[in-house]
Each structure stands twice: as structure tokens, then as C-alpha cells.
Write a protein that binds this ligand. Structure first.
Ligand code: ZN
Ligand code: ZN
Length: 308
């Protein structure tokens, strides 16, 4: 029951989470002075090219607290000012390797300004001013990092896609029975989707490379084990697993978890979650790490870009 005294004061004392989005454009270069030129290019590919390259970053700041007498967790003009003064004014149109001492690679404690390292440093700089509970930083609509304030632990998500056909039907049921369960999705010749796949891994940010894992190796695994075999197929007919397992969005997401969990562990991170979006109207999410289901605040997702 809500106490009447709270009602009278614009929700004062009740808890709420608010989010604020901020954008900046910055450049960076992946280059470690202790490595030879060949080693830098072998590790970082085109990201090692001088003088660097840039991204239009998008930062989502999630904050929690009790409502004040004005009905707000925080005054939004204070939120905007802190984000601007502490973060965006300092980073916008700058070269990240030079801008903050955390990324000074001549210092042995400096690390590369990767998305996951940057979102963690942003946390340490914003936390004294704002009651942040989660941060998300998009380097690109298809690559982002989440940080929840847990030491060096960060989440990295890659969004990719494949196109495939499927039919939802169980072989031992009649067409009529299948249509009763699966509706139009049971029509005999199938239909198709452009599936979006978000692969989220969790790992510890390396103190020097700033990375939770080798991004190119992760992209290769996703491509070799999921995208390449699934793309432009009829899932029921071409993918062995779906010969006797109905390829619903849920089952496809579960199968991707089973395909990726072990290989991802072998590159030094944990598969955290697979989100499979079948259409703008439906998606399935499977958490590969059971106790972590509440770790990703849903509010961050509410502001996520849906761009393919
Ligand atoms: Zn980059
Ligand atoms: Zn379908």
C-alpha cells in the first residue's frame, strides 16, 4: 500500500531509476609502445593504423534514487551539467589516447581506450557526482559495452544478423492442430525473417589492452558457428538441430547459446546472453549465466537503438 503522505508530496521518498543519453565524437588508436609494429598490427589490425580513426559514441547513464519534494530523482539540469563538464566536453572532438591520464600509454598503468575501458573510466569520473547504477556506451549501433560498477568486470555486445526461413510445426501433429498452436507460422511452405542476433559476453578488462577479449576472435566465432551456417537457409531443412526441434525464436536463441558457450569460454570470456530478434515486434533472450539475469538493467535496453 502507498502511504498517503507520499501521494501528497509528488512521490517523495519513493524509488525510481532515470536514464539520460549523451553523445560525443572522438578518435583513438590501438597501439602499445612495448610491441613491435608487426605485433601491433597482428593484434589490432586496422585499429593500429596512424593517426587513428573515430566513432560517434552514445552514452546512456542510468541513475537511481528517491524522489524529492519536486517529484524528481535528480534535477535534470544538474545531470546534464555533470555529464557535460565531466565527460562530453572533455572527450568531444578529441583524441582519446591523449585526453585522460588513464589512457596515457607511456605510463605502464595506462590502457588502450577501448569501449569497455572507456565506459569504466567514465564511471569512475561520474560516480562522485551522480548516483549512477549502470552505464552503456555505444561505439556503434552494432557494438556496445555495459558497466555496472563491478571492479574490472564489463559486458561487451556485438549485434549481427542473418536471413533465414522457417516453419513452426510439430511433425506428429496434423496441419490443423499445428495451425491451432502456431497460427500462420505453421503454413506448409514456411516464411522468413531477417534475424538480429545480439551476443553479450562478460569478462575482466585487461589492465593494459583495455579489452575483455580479442574482438576479432569473438567476431570470427559468431560468424563461423552461427551466421555462416544459418544465413540463407531454411532452418527446419538445413540445420540438423531443427529437424526435430521447432525453430521458434526461443529455440533458435537457446541453440545459439549451446553453440557459442564453450568456444567463447576458450577465448577467455563468458557468454552472458543471447538476444534474438525475429521482427520489430518480437525477440527472445536467453541468459547463459543463470544468476546474472537481473544484472542488466532493462532500462538501458529501453533506449537501445534498433538499427540493424
Ligand atoms: Zn575504434
Ligand atoms: Zn517466423
Amino acid at each position: 500500500m502507498i502511504e498517503t503522505s507520499f501521494k501528497a508530496k509528488h512521490g517523495q521518498g519513493r524509488n525510481c531509476v532515470i536514464t539520460r543519453r549523451a553523445c560525443f565524437s572522438s578518435s583513438h588508436r590501438y597501439w602499445l609502445p612495448e610491441f613491435s609494429e608487426d605485433d601491433n598490427f597482428a593484434r589490432f589490425g586496422a585499429c593500429a593504423l596512424a593517426p587513428g580513426h573515430g566513432h560517434n559514441y552514445e552514452l546512456i547513464v542510468s541513475m537511481a534514487g528517491e524522489l524529492d519534494t519536486a517529484g524528481m530523482v535528480l534535477n535534470l539540469s544538474d545531470v546534464k551539467r555533470f555529464i557535460r563538464d565531466e565527460i562530453t566536453d572533455q572527450l568531444d572532438f578529441r583524441f582519446l589516447n591523449d585526453v585522460w591520464p588513464e589512457f596515457d600509454l607511456t605510463n605502464p598503468k595506462g590502457c588502450l581506450p577501448t569501449t569497455e575501458a572507456l565506459v569504466r573510466v567514465i564511471w569512475t569520473r561520474l560516480r562522485p557526482h551522480l548516483p549512477i547504477t549502470a552505464l552503456r556506451l555505444y561505439e556503434h549501433p552494432r557494438l556496445w559495452a555495459d558497466y555496472l560498477g563491478n571492479a574490472m568486470d564489463a559486458y561487451l555486445t556485438i549485434r549481427t544478423h542473418f536471413a533465414a526461413a522457417h516453419r513452426l510445426a510439430q511433425e506428429d501433429l496434423s496441419q490443423e492442430e499445428n495451425e491451432k498452436i502456431y497460427g500462420k507460422c505453421a503454413r506448409p511452405n514456411g516464411h522468413g525473417h531477417n534475424y538480429l542476433v545480439d551476443v553479450t559476453v562478460r569478462g575482466s578488462i585487461d589492465e593494459r589492452s583495455g579489452m575483455v577479449c580479442d574482438l576479432a576472435a569473438l567476431q570470427c566465432l559468431i560468424n563461423d558457428l552461427v551466421i555462416e551456417p544459418f544465413d540463407h537457409t531454411h532452418l527446419n531443412k538445413d540445420i540438423k538441430h531443427f529437424k526435430d526441434c521447432v525453430p521458434t525464436a526461443e529455440n533458435i536463441a537457446l541453440h545459439i547459446v549451446d553453440l557459442l558457450s564453450k568456444p567463447i569460454q576458450a577465448i577467455g570470456v563468458n557468454l552472458h546472453k543471447i538476444r534474438l530478434q525475429e521482427s520489430p515486434n518480437n525477440a527472445a533472450e536467453v541468459y547463459a549465466e543463470i544468476p546474472q539475469i537481473n544484472a542488466m538493467p532493462a532500462l538501458l535496453n529501453s533506449m537501445a537503438t534498433n538499427e540493424a
